[in-house]
Design a protein around this ligand. Structure first.
Ligand code: TXA
Ligand code: MG
Length: 340
């Protein structure tokens, strides 16, 4: 299959391009499109055959359910059997935005989307291109991150092309995404609600709207940095570069020096600040991200994609502090470091 890459203005998407993409989706095809978090691989969520194509293109296990994207709260309510007051308050506060809500699914959503389960994860993406596409289709779109299963999520169209060339009909290229990390996934089918995947919306922001939530396995990153995460449908190794990656609490300088002495080519991912300057030459490559969670998240996947393309033997990361604001970043880094 030929994959067409079409440039599109991120803030004023060309209606003619949106229409062509919508036609592909309505006909059961696959279109990768930007959201404010990462690029998504979209298909009509009401069409089981189209949804099966997502799993095939990604090489994703059928046991891992997909997030369904809709254009507003009203559209979300048409694919669930209940819409509790919590859901309304969260939608009013965070949609469009990077919060996915898990609710009991209606019969409109085929079991292929939810891995056979009774619930569906829903969100309204805050990106003009994604919203224009959803409104043009008038269909809920199932869209996981547009990468091969277990690999790094794409924050740029080039990343999508690298993984999915020849597997999707169209990629809408609107430049780099602003958020950089995937949405927060919150289960509203349990009381109190439970955080299944930390993301750009923090637990504190959610709790300010609906009161206490259970951080579940996703919160373990705070207390036990090395503990694996176990959430429904969440695989251990995920968001991972092909180059072996190791996370070191605080500074990895000792590890970097040891491996360089052993003749390995080491890429070192650091945070900006005073300490960042004095290490030139210690590693084969040094990449510095902002020492602040939002800026770091926005640049993380592009940094890992770059390091992964750099012909290195190892990537070593200085872990950011074990605080709530770094929860999502630490979660992704830990999964990126799981062995295959
Ligand atoms: O930011 C995002 O969420 C991106 C963009 C494209 O929207 N999408 C994304 O989708 O990250 P994906 O498929 O790569 O991740 C979806 C996560 C998975 O970890 C999956 O297990 C979980 O959401 N999930 C989906 N439906 C669920 C459900 N019904 N119950 C529990 N977890 C669910
Ligand atoms: Mg993903």
């Amino acid at each position: 299959m030929h994959t067409e890459v079409v440039a599109i203005d991120p803030s004023h998407p060309d209606p003619a391009v949106v229409k062509r993409a919508a036609e592909i989706l309505c006909a059961g095809g696959l279109v990768a499109f930007p959201t404010e978090t990462v690029y998504g691989l979209g298909a009509n969520a009401l069409d089981p055959a189209a949804v099966r194509r997502i799993f095939a293109a990604k090489g994703r296990p059928a046991t891992n359910p997909l997030i369904v994207h809709v254009w507003d709260e009203e559209a979300a309510r048409t694919v669930v059997t209940s819409w509790p007051p919590y859901a309304h308050r969260l939608a009013a506060s965070f949609w469009p935005g990077p919060l996915s809500l898990v609710l009991p699914k209606s019969d409109r959503i085929p079991p292929e989307v939810t891995a056979g389960g009774p619930t569906v994860a829903l969100r309204v993406p805050a990106h003009p291109v994604a919203l224009a596409l959803l409104r043009a289709c008038r269909l809920p779109l199932a869209a996981p991150s547009a990468n091969r299963s277990t690999e790094l999520s794409p924050s740029r169209a080039e990343h999508v092309l690298r993984g999915l060339q020849g597997r999707v009909e169209m990629i809408l290229d609107a430049g780099p995404t602003s958020g950089g990390l995937e949405s927060t996934v919150l289960d509203l089918t349990v009381a109190p609600p439970r955080l299944l995947r930390p993301g750009l919306v923090t637990p504190a922001e959610i709790e300010a709207v609906i009161g206490p939530i259970v951080l579940g396995d996703g919160a373990r990153g705070l207390a036990q940095p090395s503990a694996p995460l176990k959430s429904p449908g969440l695989l251990e190794r995920h968001y991972a570069p092909r180059t072996p990656l190791e996370c070191v609490e605080q500074s990895a300088q000792g590890v970097v020096e040891k491996w360089q002495r052993e003749g390995l080519r080491v890429g070192w991912l650091r945070r900006g600040g005073a300490a960042a300057q004095s290490v030139e030459g210690l590693a084969t490559r040094v990449v510095v991200l902002p020492d602040e969670p939002r800026g770091y998240a926005a640049g993380l996947y592009a940094a890992l994609h770059d390091l992964d393309e750099g012909g290195l033997d190892r990537i070593v990361v200085d872990m950011p502090p074990a605080t709530q604001e770094w929860l999502a970043v630490r979660d992704r880094l830990r999964r990126a470091s799981q062995p295959t």
